[in-house]
Design a binder for this molecule. Structure first.
Ligand code: GCO
Length: 462
């Protein structure tokens, strides 16, 4: 693989560099100080779930200062994290938990003290269990529940935080949580998927509108899981199958917010979702986001198939395709980032674009106190190059947030998929900088002469 010589100064000076985490994957303290269960607490503590639980996770709840200091040390300027709904509103609605409110004030204040910009994600998959007991995302009442939650968060933190993200990857939490059942709450089938998806589309816009009303100078976005989709070959039936998968993975949640409706042009069977519409929903689904977040991890290769119905298309797993994969079996394909940036920037009303997540997982091992994750460095080098190329092509990409800071609880994979720049020992919670962290620290250093010293210092401090 060849690399172009780039450094941080190759990017526009106002380009933002950040890192993303999420509440359930990191906080731990699952029942401390008034927090009650979310669907992920229930799902991972059930005997059917065999990959551990996130009860302690990386214990960010107690280690937040140490971790935010590390963000600073890595020369990253933005920290994107999510709020745990059931820490703030233990039952999802009603009584507010003052300790929960206070926790995020402490996190935000510490970021501001260190001159790190906080970016809040409102919903990163951890619905309060009390709301799931009433049907969760499948119940249209979630529009009211979500409204109450967003009102609270924007009222509490809106003076200090200006960068807001409404949802994290709706297709992931709805598809995996309410169709395949692989993620919490483990519901399956089209009759769960369709109402849940429609309500998430509505909440995406409702959240945006509340933030606009409550937060002065807010800069509001939402994020999408994006994949570049290729047909297995040039046969028309496979090309069409790839278009349908693309509509499902990439178009489903953005187009209603832009006023384009669901992608029924390509997936004709999708019109059944309209049976969940109430009068006025076409309008309610729209919101003029200031930016969108692209989250890119892998490409999908698709072929025609009679199953599943409606989609009539299936993905050919990367492990069957003789390509490089990460340790979750996803194809490592950095160029796909450029392709999805092109695709999403082609929408007329998309304004700014941020890469709000990208990263890669490997079985990183500590050998003699060091973690030499050169594959991860290669991934970031390449995706940074493609980001720069996108900028040079006139695409409005304004920032790149690495997924993620510390190896954490990777949902259905438990702790075995390591995505962090920093290694975590889940028994001792000891953090160790990987080589990729030191590389990034150096890449982001605008003043090269200080890098060597810093690298040495962080090697000593871990
Ligand atoms: C996402 C997920 C992250 C995952 C990451 C790696 O937004 O996609 O929120 O939480 O950890 O994608 O699979």
């Amino acid at each position: 693989m060849s690399y172009r010589k780039i450094n941080v100064n190759s990017f526009p000076s106002n380009f933002k560099w950040g890192v993303t985490t999420s509440a359930y994957q990191n906080e731990g303290a699952h029942d401390k100080d008034g927090k009650q269960a979310s669907i992920w607490d229930t799902f991972t503590n059930h005997p059917n779930f065999k990959h551990g639980h996130g009860n302690e996770a990386t214990n960010f709840y107690e280690n937040y200062k140490e971790d935010i200091l590390k963000i600073k040390e890595l020369n990253l300027e933005c920290f994107r994290f999510s709020l745990s709904w059931s820490r703030l509103l233990p039952k999802g609605i009603g009584k507010v938990n003052a300790d929960g409110i206070n926790f995020y004030h402490k996190v935000i204040n510490y970021c501001l003290e260190l001159d790190i910009e906080p970016w809040i994600t409102l919903y990163h998959w951890d619905l309060p269990q009390a709301l799931e007991n009433k049907g969760g995302w499948t119940n249209r009442d979630i529009l009211k529940w979500f409204e109450e939650y967003v009102e609270l968060c924007s009222y509490e933190y809106g003076d200090k935080v200006k960068k807001w993200i409404v949802l994290n990857e709706p297709m992931s939490f709805i598809g995996l949580g309410y169709f395949t059942g692989l993620h919490a709450p483990g519901k399956k089938g089209i009759n769960n998927f369709l109402p849940a998806a429609h309500h998430a589309t509505l909440c995406q816009a409702i959240g945006g509108k509340i933030l606009r009303k409550n937060v002065k100078d807010a800069y509001i976005g939402t994020t999408f899981s994006c994949s570049h989709v290729s047909p297995v070959n040039r046969l028309a039936k496979h090309k069409k199958a790839a278009q349908r998968i693309d509509a499902m993975l990439n178009r489903f949640f953005i187009e209603p917010s832009l006023g384009l409706g669901y992608p029924k042009d390509i997936i004709t069977g999708l019109s059944v979702i309209e049976s969940y519409f109430a009068p006025g929903d076409d309008e309610l689904m729209k919101f003029d986001f200031d930016f969108i977040g692209i989250q890119y991890y892998f490409r999908v290769v698709a072929k025609f198939s009679l199953l599943p119905p409606v989609l009539f298309a299936t993905e050919i797993p990367a492990i069957q395709r003789d390509v490089k994969v990460n340790n979750m079996g996803m194809e490592i394909y950095p160029k796909g980032l450029l392709k999805v940036l092109k695709k999403f920037s082609a929408y007329k009303n998309v304004k700014d674009i941020y890469i709000t997540e990208s990263g890669v997982c490997f079985d990183d091992e500590i050998i003699k106190g060091k973690i030499k994750d050169s594959n991860r460095i290669k991934y970031f080098k390449k995706t940074f190059e493609f980001t720069l190329k996108a900028i040079e092509k006139g695409i409005n990409v304004k920032g790149y947030f690495v997924w993620t800071l510390v190896d954490n609880f990777e949902w259905a994979e438990g702790t075995k998929a390591r995505f962090g720049l920093i290694h975590n020992d889940f028994v001792t919670q000891k953090r160790t900088f990987k080589k990729s962290a030191l590389w990034l620290q150096s890449f982001l250093s605008k003043n090269k002469s200080t890098v060597k010293k810093k690298e040495k210092k962080s090697e000593l401090s871990v």
